[in-house]
Design a protein around this ligand. Structure first.
Ligand SMILES: [Fe+2]
Ligand SMILES: [Fe+2]
Length: 475
């Protein structure tokens, strides 16, 4: 067992007490982190006692301990998955060499950029979700929101540890900057655009945790393959936390759909107006939210052709999803990959060197994984005996990054002109009116065992507790 030391000011399993300079540096960063949390973390929660899980060991089995925690007293710390003594670089030009315990000088700038980009998403999502507590549909959901928030805060700690330990002065400056950028800020925004969007309501939150935390999963999986061992070990532990975030999203959307289907059957209607009047979210609105979040999230994987992606891979910094399960040579020189582009008004698949297409490879892995969950949502509709189905939009729909950026495409993959786009955009993407309607449903329901009208209760409580358990004690 890789037990975590909670007697230290900063809980950790990296022997922080044995590195006085690093410990001092992180203890100096800690108050800045806490003032960021108090300013930008979940609003008005200082007195709340929340039934949260905390890591007690970094082994994937049974690491979690559940108890009431006063939110600002959550023990954020540094937890790395256990070190494998004989681990080797599994891909790229250094394949077969022992993994690095220090940053190789020639890859320093690239590694720092990878870590900062990942690190920036973590506080960003906390900022995006800051006001959601005011409109929670139940105490159960409120607790899940806070669980996600404290863990995203801990993911920031994970990246800041790497910056402080391995990148000297530059790293310390980056760690400060991570607390200075703000989601959606005009002058100092977060790095990636999906992390500057608003998460104004709970349907957005569930879509975000389903799609955008899943982007996190794929990025972390690719980094968990890294030849820089501390990054691999950090991200491997983060992945055990990430699974819960995606569960919150998948089950959240699923419960919204279930409730809508119940009312559709009761009222024997699919008329959005009647369903909205009955206080549930009609399936076309859910579809438009889905389409929006899907399209914004697949942009996060970056340009479909990228020389940086090739460099990150060949240098052994960032692998592919499930790298070691793949059967090619893990160097990829001479291999090709098909990338979708538009030529003369039609889609064509262009063959490009796979090394340059690794962002696209990861995006395609993500797409397969997220479509599987949409299928599970459709099962909920099917079980209700209804014929409607949700669908992922075409990959080229509403893209802003890569060779498909700016091409006007309908969700079913038809290339359209500006006029057609303007005429149909409101049917395809969540509108101001859709968002206002969803916002109008958002009221605070936090009495034990009660759920807002627009969402079905979950199948099971947290940590086998009953649904009417007091998940949050409001001090
Ligand atoms: Fe995260
Ligand atoms: Fe997450």
């Amino acid at each position: 067992m890789s037990t975590i030391d909670y007697s230290e000011k900063i809980p950790n399993n990296v022997g922080l007490g044995g590195d006085a300079a690093l410990q001092r540096a992180l203890e100096q960063w800690q108050p800045s982190y806490l003032s960021w949390w108090n300013e930008m973390g979940p609003e008005g929660t200082r007195r709340f006692n929340v039934y949260l899980r905390t890591a007690v060991a970094a082994d994937p089995q049974g690491w979690a301990h559940f108890d009431y925690v006063k939110m600002p007293d959550y023990r954020w710390g540094i937890f790395l998955a256990p070190r494998e003594e004989t681990r080797q670089v599994n891909f790229g030009d250094h394949k077969g060499e022992p993994v690095w315990q220090e940053v190789p000088g020639e890859h320093r700038a690239n590694l720092r950029r990878i870590i900062v980009t990942q690190g920036d998403t973590e506080p960003a999502s906390v900022e995006q979700q800051r006001h959601l507590g005011a409109t929670a549909p139940s105490a159960y959901d409120l607790r899940n929101l806070f669980q996600v928030n404290v863990e995203e805060g801990r993911h920031l700690w994970a990246m800041v540890y790497l910056l402080h330990k391995y990148f000297g002065r530059d790293g310390r400056e980056e760690a400060e900057a991570l607390l200075e950028r703000r989601s959606g800020d005009q002058n100092n925004p977060r790095i990636l655009s999906a992390f500057n969007e608003k998460t104004p309501d709970w349907l957005s939150f569930f879509m975000f945790t389903y799609f955008t935390d899943r982007d996190g999963k794929f990025q972390l999986c690719a980094l968990a393959e890294s030849g820089f061992d501390p990054l691999a070990r950090t991200t491997r532990f983060m992945l055990t936390e990430e699974a819960h975030h995606m569960f919150v999203g998948e089950s959240g959307v699923s419960r919204v759909i279930q409730r809508t289907c119940e009312v559709m059957k009761q009222l024997e209607t699919d008329d959005p107006g009647k369903l909205r009047a009955a206080g549930v979210i009609d399936l076309p609105t859910i579809q438009r939210y889905l389409t929006f979040h899907y399209s914004v999230t697949i942009d996060l994987f970056g340009a479909d052709e990228s020389s940086n992606a090739a460099t990150f891979y060949s240098s052994g910094l960032k692998g592919r999803y499930e790298e070691t399960k793949r059967t090619d040579d893990h160097k990829l020189r001479g291999l090709m990959y098909k990338v979708l582009t538009v030529q003369r008004g039609g889609f064509v698949e262009k063959e490009v060197p796979m090394l340059n297409a690794l962002n696209e490879v990861l995006r395609d892995d993500f797409i397969r994984d997220s479509i599987a969950g949409i299928g599970r949502w459709n099962k909920v509709i099917e079980r209700a005996g209804l014929r409607q189905r949700l669908q992922p939009p075409h990959k080229a729909f509403h893209r802003r990054i890569g060779s498909l950026a700016g091409v006007k495409v309908s969700p079913d993959g038809g290339i359209v002109d500006d006029a057609a786009w303007a005429a149909h955009e409101r049917e395809w993407l969540a509108t101001v009116e859709d968002r206002a309607f969803v916002a109008s449903l958002m009221g605070r329901v936090v009495d034990a065992g009660k759920f807002a009208n627009w969402i079905a209760p979950p199948v099971m409580g947290v940590n086998r507790q009953p649904l009417n358990f007091e998940y949050v004690r409001f001090g």
